[in-house]
Design a protein around this ligand. Structure first.
Ligand code: IPE
Ligand code: IPE
Ligand code: MG
Length: 339
């Protein structure tokens, strides 16, 4: 079955979608698609059939999202913890993912027509090589599309992602690209797999479980969290509308909390830059003896110069990091060159 569904909403769904669209619509939603195995048990079908229907539901949900003007969706498809399931189940899930990404590659025209960019977030090195290769091809083939974004978290956990981001910053310091004092919340966010996306506005978990299971812990501090009892393969257009309605009811307080957070981040960064400048001046003073103390205007100018140089260092470091990540995918697309 295809990733891109082109069907229309029925009349009642269309009217409801238009009513919802009169209010604030989340730009980016994240979904923990949970409950496939319970669904299989309930319907007396094979476990793998539950997972397969879970994928069908994803394709259907993406169509609803587009019709509701939601242009970015991040889904939890397979966690690093899920490797601990039986070999049979893990192999089945790897095979399903391989088939679906192969199918995606056959749908390139449709993906281009709709401008769909697919990103896969996770530690892909944990996956079988043939799956890594097909994922890399899908990512590279759609990377310039920019109308809607689907981020598939696969071999993903948030703690692993955060630890990886910290390692990347340590690498930057080691390479002399950044200074230890350049490490900040904002820089860490930019080292995560999700650096190209705004934080999700709404996070949905199905199946009645009320935990995050290590999904987007960093990115969802100011997201609206909605837990729904429905099993993922049974998710409906109305369940999605209900989650969006929850978001709309909480929109104002979420917005306020976000603004408050970004204002305090800006203040913290300015204070950090000021204290770096103060430290540098102190060193100069110690080395060159007593000079004239700096007046407020010159100090302000020194802070501006320092901010500009820090921003330049960070830009350079992030582009080196991006290059490293792009090469991982492009090397997988041409294994003959690597060998
Ligand atoms: C989510 O459904 C899909 C994956 C984790 C791959 P589950 O497989 O966790 O199904 P339940 O939650 O056990 O019913
Ligand atoms: C989270 O669901 C992972 C995915 C949906 C892919 P799990 O079913 O694996 O999470 P736990 O074990 O219930 O916390
Ligand atoms: Mg589960």
């Amino acid at each position: 079955m295809s990733w891109i569904r082109e069907g229309e909403l029925n009349l009642l769904e269309r009217i409801s979608a238009n009513i919802l669209k009169a209010g604030p619509i989340p730009k980016h939603i994240a979904i923990i698609m949970d409950g496939n195995r319970r669904y299989a048990r309930k319907r007396h079908v094979e476990r793998q059939e539950g997972h397969s229907q879970g994928f069908e539901k994803l394709a259907e949900t993406l169509r609803w999202c587009l019709q509701l003007d939601i242009h970015e969706v991040t889904v939890y498809a397979f966690s690093i913890e899920n490797f601990k399931r039986s070999k049979e189940e893990v192999d089945g899930l790897m095979e399903l993912a391989k088939q679906k990404f192969e199918r995606l590659l056959e749908e390139q025209e449709k993906l281009e027509k709709h401008g769909v960019c697919i990103r896969v977030l996770g530690d892909l090195s944990l996956l079988p090589l043939n799956l890594q290769e097909v994922i890399a091809k899908a990512v590279v083939a759609t990377k310039t599309h920019n109308k809607c974004f689907l981020n598939v978290c696969f071999a993903y956990t948030s703690r692993h992602e955060i630890a990886g981001a910290v390692r990347e910053m340590a690498w930057g310091v080691e390479q002399g690209l950044i200074k230890p004092s350049d490490v900040s919340e904002a820089l860490l966010s930019q080292c995560l797999y999700s650096s190209h996306s705004p934080n999700p506005d709404l996070l949905i978990r199905t199946s009645g479980e009320v935990r995050l299971s290590d999904f987007l812990l960093w990115q969802t501090s100011y997201s609206c969290l909605v837990f729904q009892p429905v099993l993922w393969p049974e998710y409906s257009f109305w369940n999605l509308c209900e989650a969006i309605l929850q978001y709309q009811l909480n929109h104002r307080s979420i917005q306020k909390a976000r603004e408050h957070h970004s204002e305090s981040q800006a203040i913290l960064q300015l204070e950090a830059d000021r204290s770096c400048v103060a430290e540098m001046l102190q060193h100069q003073h110690q080395r060159h003896g007593n000079g004239m103390p700096m007046d407020a205007a010159s100090r302000q100018e020194a802070v501006c110069r320092y901010t500009a140089s820090r921003e330049e260092r960070v830009r350079h470091f992030l582009s080196a990091l991006q290059h490293k990540r792009d090469s991982f995918f492009s090397d997988l697309c041409s294994p003959a060159v690597v060998a």
